[in-house]
Write a protein that binds this ligand. Structure first.
Ligand SMILES: Nc1ncnc2c1ncn2[C@@H]1O[C@H](COP(=O)(O)OP(=O)(O)OP(=O)(O)O)[C@@H](O)[C@H]1O
Ligand SMILES: [Mg+2]
Length: 332
């Protein structure tokens, strides 16, 4: 089935974009060959790739976070790397470092794991702030600067970061200013009973998570499709009323009695970018208020902070965002 990789159509951006969209729509089915369920996470990843954003993945151990990102890389024919963040990890272990080469008597740059397309950064809150900061810097700048020269990272470059949910001693929770740099926070839920049965059946029949090609995963879209898609996403129209809706939603989070920190203007721009990518992915060239609603939770949930009173009452950030969505008037 490798012959369905999209060829570029020269001279016609619209036709090229349509083919790219068709190719990207096949990703979900391709990932579903090995990952049971988790459609929303796959869609969120594609939105982030189109909007050139990064994602936080939240989910308990063993819900296929790693498998999903690896499978997506295979289905997009992209390079994948994983870094386990530990207390002793140094910035150079992430970005790369200068190594003295005795033969040439010169320093050579050895690329760190950020030189990839999809980087799974596991448990970033287990590493001290200095190493976290080096990752966040390359996420933003998409290049590594060493000794005055800068090396661009491959394109696309997306970081999917997981955080250890248990706040035990020796974790360094990311401050909001850094969480704000992630476009989306995607929750990876536990499977339903039927889905879990599907996982067991696959394993019983010999599925080996290390051998994705053997399980039938093929590249169905490419970096070229993503590039065409990005260009098309930029052409997506947004009415003034929809722009105002995004601003009003973010402003409402800032006055919510349950929150001590609301969404920033960066959060508002992120919601705009994510809604445009989603609108295009679903086949439209304009954003609707429903697109904004669909992306509000994954885009804003990590950018707001609950008051401790609300937290004690069992309120979640998603609850607060739901009530904001229910109260801010929707443009027609
Ligand atoms: N939804 C699923 N579909 C298919 N396989 C699954 C699913 N959930 C769990 N599995 C199985 O569980 C294994 C563990 O998944 P994986 O290592 O990707 O989890 P993880 O979320 O990355 O865990 P950790 O947080 O410990 O890194 C997978 O290799 C797969 O065999
Ligand atoms: Mg994992």
């Amino acid at each position: 089935m490798t012959d369905i990789v999209t060829p570029l159509i020269e001279g016609s951006p619209e036709a090229g974009a349509q083919q790219a969209r068709a190719a990207l729509s096949r990703l979900r089915a391709e990932v579903a060959k090995v990952v049971v369920g988790q459609d929303a996470v796959v869609t969120g990843m594609v939105i982030a790739l189109l909007a050139r954003g990064h994602v936080l993945l939240e989910g308990v151990p063993g819900v296929a976070k790693t498998l999903l990102i690896r499978t997506l890389s295979a289905a997009l024919d992209l390079d994948f790397k994983r870094v386990q963040f530990t207390p002793d990890l140094m910035p150079g272990d992430v970005t790369g470092s200068l190594i003295f080469d005795a033969r040439s008597a010169e320093f050579q740059f050895r690329e760190g794991p950020v030189f990839t397309n999809l980087l799974l950064a596991d448990e970033i809150n287990r590493t001290p702030p200095k190493t976290q900061a080096s990752l966040l810097e390359v996420m933003e700048e998409r290049q590594v600067s060493v000794e005055g020269s800068s090396r661009p990272l491959p394109d696309p470059f997306l970081v999917a970061a997981t955080q250890n949910p248990i706040e035990y001693e020796g974790t360094y929770p990311l401050p909001e200013a850094q969480l704000d740099r992630f476009l989306l926070k995607l929750t990876v839920p536990l499977p339903t009973r039927d889905e879990e049965l599907g996982v067991l059946r696959a394993h019983h029949n010999g599925f080996d998570p290390r051998k994705l090609r053997e399980a039938g995963v093929q590249p169905v879209a490419t970096a070229a499709d993503l590039a065409l898609g990005r260009a098309a996403v930029q052409r997506v129209a947004v009415a003034d009323g929809v722009l105002a809706y995004i601003v009003d939603l973010c402003r409402a989070t800032r006055v919510s009695p349950s929150l001590e920190l609301g969404a920033s203007p960066r959060g508002a721009t992120a919601l705009l970018a994510a809604a445009k990518a989603w609108a295009w992915l679903t086949g439209r060239d304009y954003v609707t208020p429903d697109d904004v609603k669909a992306l509000a939770r994954p885009t804003l949930r990590h950018r707001v902070r609950l008051r401790s009173e609300a937290e004690l009452e069992g309120v979640t950030t998603d609850n607060v965002l739901e009530s904001v969505l229910a109260t801010v008037p929707t443009p027609r």
